[in-house]
Each structure stands twice: as structure tokens, then as C-alpha cells.
Design a protein around this ligand. Sequence first.
Ligand SMILES: CC(C)(COP(=O)(O)OP(=O)(O)OC[C@H]1O[C@@H](n2cnc3c(N)ncnc32)[C@H](O)[C@@H]1OP(=O)(O)O)[C@@H](O)C(=O)NCCC(=O)NCCS
Length: 144
Amino acid sequence: MSLCEMSNLHAKAAATLHQTAFEKSWSEQEFLNLFSLNTTKGWMDESSLLVISLVLDEIEILTILTHPNFRGQGKAKALLEHLISYAKENNVRQIFLEVNIENQPAISLYEKMGFTKTGVRKNYYKMKDGLFKDALLYRLLTHI
Ligand SMILES: CC(C)(COP(=O)(O)OP(=O)(O)OC[C@H]1O[C@@H](n2cnc3c(N)ncnc32)[C@H](O)[C@@H]1OP(=O)(O)O)[C@@H](O)C(=O)NCCC(=O)NCCS
């Protein structure tokens, strides 16, 4: 997989990809806003992307996705492996994220990559149907 490092030049492609994967997707403007911050980094190819926030020695995963036609081929795993290498090279202490309690593919992905559950935010996500779902918090220690 040839990943490229994202910048505001990728905002349009990122928004197009994002809407294939999320009920509440991010617009081109939202990606532009994110990449105007010097704490934002990301990597993508034609069918997958990962965007993070790096503050001091902590990374938060803001979004990760694979286009539905390309799932189950190890693309998200490759993105996270890339991120973990990046974290280790840059003395990042931990990577953390939150995930909808009903998102079993993502939960399995994170657990496979060594993330461990650290907490729950009750009723954190408001879905399109108006119902609320819990968020699970996960963390990977990268510099021990
Ligand atoms: C979650 C997501 C990113 C996984 O992407 P992917 O490229 O298909 O994942 P990979 O092929 O790299 O899978 C790696 C591991 O994740 C887990 N996994 C991925 N899809 C899974 C599924 N449908 N069911 C169960 N486990 C799954 C497995 O452990 C898998 O390893 P294995 O293939 O050896 O069993 C993808 O389903 C997606 O884009 N979902 C919508 C967006 C989203 O929910 N993002 C996460 C928000 S927190």
C-alpha cells in the first residue's frame, strides 16, 4: 500500500472517502479546518485514511476508515501499524481513541492491534435515529 501524508490538499478526496464509511461524515471544509491545525496529521491512499491529533506525547485517533469495497484486506491494520511505528519513532507515549460500543469491526481491529479498554462514556454518540450509544475508550501504550 502506498500511503501519502495528508495535508489540506487532500481535503476533498478525504471528505469523499469519509462519506462512504460514516453516517455523520465530515465535509471538505471540516477536513480543511482540521489540517489548518499544526497538531493534525494523517495518511491516506485511494481507499483508506487515518487522521490523528498529536499533542505533546499523546496521539488521539480522530478517524480511521476503509472504503466498503476494500474492507477485510488488511488496510486499516496497515494504517495502524504505520501509526504505531510513527509513534515509536517520535517518542509518543500513548495512542488513544473512542469507539461506538456497537462498532464491532472497529473494536476487533483495535483489540487485535493491542489496544486495551480504559473506560466508557455513557450515551456519548447521538445517532441519526435519535438514539444514544455509549463510547468505549481504548489506549495503546507505545513507549514503555
Ligand atoms: C473498522 C474498519 C476501519 C476496518 O477496516 P478494514 O480495512 O476492513 O480492516 P482490516 O482488513 O485491516 O482488518 C484488521 C482486523 O480488524 C478486525 N476486523 C476488521 N473488520 C472486521 C469485521 N467486519 N468483523 C470483525 N472484525 C473485523 C479483524 O480483527 C481484522 O483482522 P483479521 O482480518 O486478521 O481477522 C472498517 O470496517 C471501516 O471503515 N468501518 C467504518 C468506519 C469506522 O467505523 N471506523 C472506526 C471508527 S472508531
